[in-house]
Design a protein around this ligand. Structure first.
Ligand code: TPP
Length: 322
């Protein structure tokens, strides 16, 4: 049996980094340092970290406005993420995109998209380009269960199946689309069944263990690399409201507590202890993550805002007259 401890330890670190970035973002938002919308990923970290562990750095990720976790999992620094949330020039999108429009081309993180479902055909296009150029890259496309009733979802899956595109569609089913529970927006509870209409392989996981996410995704990624797209449903749960303006009154405290008790982040910590990692080793990881997050907040806070000089180069392709 391979030793899973180093892998799980790194996944724990990444999940914790995302969790702490999100918690600090919530704090900064309430202090008025972040404007606009802020959709937190707290509770869903295992999906991003497990899925990205199953791909190569040259593979692509595309997602929704709930994008901080996947951006960081794909390699964006906490600094670049936090500075973008603060609207600063040092952010990944020079402070012009904000929370919903994180973008990191060098790490092949292709957004951050605000219109529900609209990025699904874009992701199919990225996968088409990779196939057309004979690259072996796979695209992972993430969306919520609220997107699967949108026409663009069906257009994207239909063409991906027809053209055998190297893509995995990942539905992060967190049980609510804003305040609308699953059973009031979908006629079937098993989202993965939508793949049947396109003759596409499907898989479904109730996410409790980040290593299970990696295994499930690894199988789908291997298929995608051979030109067989899949639909994978990750049943997960968000611990916060839809966005910062949502107090989440449509669900009970008991429901929330039940899901928090099954938090994949605390499970990974427990698992590491049971595999023989020492409490002080985990505390050292936690301290290092804390330093990284506090550094990101300081960096974001002290960075300058973008000035008018970036308008032209960010609006038009060069060359520019001096
Ligand atoms: C086409 C479109 N319709 C409505 C909205 C407003 N809206 C933003 S998020 C959201 C809910 C989406 O829920 P889901 O797809 O389950 O993703 P989650 O937010 O749970 O991650 C809606 C209706 C939008 N952004 N785009």
């Amino acid at each position: 049996m391979p030793d899973t401890r180093p892998r799980l330890e790194e996944m724990f670190r990444r999940m914790l980094l995302i969790r702490r970035v999100e918690e600090e973002a919530a704090r900064a938002y309430s202090l008025g340092k972040i404007g606009g919308f802020l959709h937190l990923y707290i509770g869903q970290e295992a999906v991003a970290v497990g899925a990205v562990a199953a791909i190569e750095p040259t593979d692509y990720v595309v997602t929704t406005y709930r994008d901080h976790g996947l951006a960081i999992a794909k390699g964006m620094s906490a600094r670049a993420c936090m500075a973008e949330l603060f609207g600063k020039e040092t952010g990944c999108s020079k402070g012009l995109g904000g929370s919903m429009h994180l973008f990191d081309a060098p790490n092949r993180f292709m957004g951050g998209h605000g219109i529900v479902g609209a990025h699904i055909p874009l992701a199919a296009g990225i996968a088409f380009a990779a196939k057309y150029r004979n690259e072996r890259n796979v695209t992972l496309c993430f969306f919520g269960e609220g997107a699967v009733s949108i026409g663009a979802f069906h257009e994207g899956l239909s063409l991906a199946a027809l053209w055998k595109l190297p893509i995995v569609f990942v539905c992060e089913n967190n049980e609510y689309a804003m305040g609308t529970p699953l059973e009031r927006s979908l006629s079937i509870e098993d989202v993965s069944a939508k793949a049947l209409a396109y003759g596409m392989p499907r898989d479904r996981l109730f996410v409790t263990d980040v290593l299970d996410v990696e295994r499930t995704m690894a199988a789908a990624v291997a298929r995608a690399r051979d030109g067989q797209p899949s639909l994978v449903e990750m049943r997960t749960y968000r611990f916060r409201g839809h966005s910062m303006s949502d107090p989440g009154k449509y669900r009970t405290a008991a429901e929330l507590d039940k899901h928090k008790a099954a938090d994949p982040l605390t499970r990974a910590r427990r698992e590491l202890l049971s595999l023989g990692r020492k409490e002080e080793d985990l505390k050292a990881i936690e301290a290092a993550v804390e330093e990284e997050v506090q550094d990101a907040v300081r960096f974001a806070d002290t960075s300058p805002e973008p000035g008018p000089e970036i308008l032209e180069p960010t609006t038009y392709a060069g060359p520019f007259a001096s």
